[in-house]
Design a protein around this ligand. Structure first.
Ligand code: ADP
Length: 617
């Protein structure tokens, strides 16, 4: 008996499915946690940079506008001075020297004549040839204040020119301001590694930059989007993510400086700005992976002990049961579902083992009973056979003597006595037939009928049967035909006596149940089998009777004994012999048309015999 137990190496084993589902669960949870943490750190970091940069921009803008405001204040003071005072120039110089950023100051009357001038270096404003054409002078003529563009001296020092009308004489006050303060603003207040600031005017020209080369090169960023953004903003603007004019990816802030049309930009490269987030990301990734592996391994081990090991125990116990060991018991670790299953399993094996023991006992008893029954049956058959044998002797004597009496030898019988003796003779013949049939049946049943395996000629056998039956056939006027298949070997191996019993029984039945027509005896080969076929044109056998005519003492109808004679044992003997020869018998019949009995037997010749022996040995 082969049992197939599903292998636990199956790809989609329970363990694999559970671990996969778990892994997916852990993955999702950890991913969610780390994404949240990361985005939190990221936004916190961005907020930090935003506030740092904004602080810086505001401070820088204030510094610049303070400088400008102070200069305005300075000019207001000069405006209040009276130019006719004897030491006017001296006073102007004194005040101017107190302002660090004032490099040069000039006071003009309405005709552009210099009323006072002061300069810490080579004068620029007091060039008499250019004053009348200069923008600042023209602006003040119109009564307006003037704020010039940033310019650079021959020493590369940035300056601007501021001017206002000198109201007392409808003249002008102009100052040249040292704007190195701007460089200080962008240079001093640095932040981080890549933090950077620059000042841009309304035309997009960079006025100050921590890298002075950029200023020197007259860099203009008017066309850049970040500049467009800045000039369109009313207040401080934070730009989270852009490429600046140096093609660096930065975050930055821009702010318009009050009192001017300048903008201060502060920028830091994103790599630096988000370095904490990036580190956090790496850390999270590492931690995440470690946690993930730990969780999988840990829960895998846990499940292994809690579930899979115990299932494996149950499984191997089941295998042991299949292999026949019913004493197996599974240890109960915990009283959970698997524990309950194990308990049930243990109860099951215990019950099975008890039941099997009982069954074994019952089987032993049945075996003993069967042996006794077999012995009884053998004794019965033996008794039957002995009895039949013993009956034959006196019966033969009766038959012999009635024969003698009827032949008229020794005694003279009158007609009445003759008829009585004749009836004694008929009945004793029937009795002898019966006893012979009994003897055959009991021999077969008790297993004492040993079939021999000798060579015989089927054709000769058929001829022998034909001769025996031909007298009867002639008497009844029935045609008797014998057909032997030429394909049938000349010699077969078998028990010709037993075969004769079969053939004679079938032929005598055919004669007995046929009134007119013909009887055919056929022997035919069919591959490694051969057939004995006896067909007649007799009364036929009704369908319901075809199953029981092979039983002992069974006839189609009980009254036929009276009409046709016979014992009801012939077909039973035929059937038993055919079975003993490993053959089969079948009957085809139609009422009133005839019957055909077909015997099929294995074809045994000297050759097949030696081959099977060779195979067998
Ligand atoms: P019997 O001694 O009565 O012939 P058998 O066992 O030989 O006993 O046959 C049993 C019964 O089967 C017969 O009584 C008969 O009714 C039926 N039978 C057997 N052979 C034929 C046949 N060739 N034609 C019709 N009936 C048959």
């Amino acid at each position: 008996m082969s049992q197939s137990v599903p292998s636990h190496h199956n790809i989609w084993s329970l363990r694999r499915v559970v671990l996969l589902v778990q892994a997916a669960g852990f993955f999702i949870i950890l991913l969610a946690i780390s994404t949240t943490v990361y985005s939190f750190i990221f936004s916190a970091e961005r907020a930090l940079w935003e506030s740092r940069q904004s602080d810086f921009a505001i401070t820088a803008a204030r510094l610049v506008s303070n400088t400008l405001e102070q200069s305005q204040l300075f000019m207001d003071i000069i405006n209040d001075l009276d130019h006719t005072a004897p030491n006017f120039t001296q006073v102007v110089s004194n005040i101017a020297s107190r302002y660090e950023t004032v490099q040069e100051v000039i006071v003009l009357d309405g005709n552009a004549n210099i009323l006072a001038s002061f300069s810490t270096d080579a004068p620029v404003l007091s060039n008499l040839f250019t004053i009348r054409q200069s923008n600042w002078f023209l602006s003040t003529r119109g009564g307006e204040n003037y704020l010039g563009n940033l310019q650079f001296s021959s020493q590369n020092i940035p300056y601007i020119i501021l001017a206002r009308p000198y109201q007392k004489v409808r003249g002008a006050i102009a100052v040249r301001l040292n704007m190195e303060i701007l460089n200080q603003v962008v240079e001093d207040i640095r932040f981080g590694e890549t933090g950077n600031a620059y000042l841009v005017n309304a035309e997009g020209q960079i006025l100050a930059h921590s890298d002075f080369n950029i200023v020197e090169r007259n860099t203009n960023i008017a066309s850049r989007p970040e500049f467009q953004q800045a000039i369109n903003q009313a207040e401080l603007y934070f730009n989270a993510d852009y490429f600046n004019f140096l093609d660096r990816e930065v975050i930055g802030t821009s702010l318009k400086i009050e009192g001017t049309n300048w903008f201060i930009f502060s920028e830091v490269e994103q790599d630096e700005a988000y370095s904490t987030s990036a580190n956090a990301n790496l850390l999270l990734l590492g931690g995440f992976s470690a946690l993930f592996i730990l969780a999988i391994v840990g829960s895998g081990l846990f499940l292994q002990r809690l579930v899979f090991d115990r299932i494996a125990q149950l499984q191997s116990a089941t295998q042991q049961v299949i292999a026949g060991d019913l004493t197996v018991q599974v240890p109960i670790v915990r009283m959970d579902e698997i524990g309950e299953l194990a308990t049930t399993f243990n109860t099951m094996t215990a019950t099975l083992s008890k039941n099997t023991e009982e069954l074994r006992h019952a089987r032993d008893e049945a075996l003993v009973a069967k042996e006794i029954a077999q012995e009884n049956s053998r004794l019965k058959s033996e008794f039957l056979s002995t009895m039949s044998h013993e009956l034959r002797t006196p019966l033969n004597a009766i038959e012999g003597f009635t024969g003698i009496m009827l032949s008229g030898m020794g005694v003279q019988l009158d007609a009445k006595a003759y008829s009585m003796v004749e009836r004694i003779g008929t009945n004793s013949k029937r009795l002898v037939e019966l006893v012979n049939a009994f003897l055959d049946i009991s021999r077969i049943e008790s297993g004492r009928m040993d079939l021999v395996n000798v060579p015989f000629s089927p054709a000769e056998l058929a001829e022998k049967w034909r001769k025996q039956i031909s007298v009867l056939a002639e008497q009844k006027g029935i045609m008797l035909t014998v057909n032997i298949d030429p394909a049938l070997p000349e010699k077969l191996l078998g028990d010709d006596d037993a075969l004769s019993k079969i053939g004679q029984n079938l032929l005598s039945n055919a004669i007995k149940f046929t009134e007119s027509g013909r009887i055919v005896l056929e022997m035919k080969r069919d591959a490694d089998e051969w057939h004995i076929i006896v067909s007649d044109t007799g009364i036929g056998i009704p369908p319901h009777a075809r199953s029981y005519i092979f039983d002992e003492f069974r006839q189609v109808d009980g009254s036929s004994t009276r009409k046709y004679g016979g014992t009801g044992l012939g077909l039973a003997i035929v059937h038993k012999l055919v079975r003993l020869m490993n053959g089969t018998i079948r009957v085809d019949s139609e009422l009133g048309v005839g019957s055909t009995f077909t015997i099929t037997l294995p074809l045994k010749t000297a050759q097949t015999q030696s081959t099977t022996e060779a195979v067998g040995s």
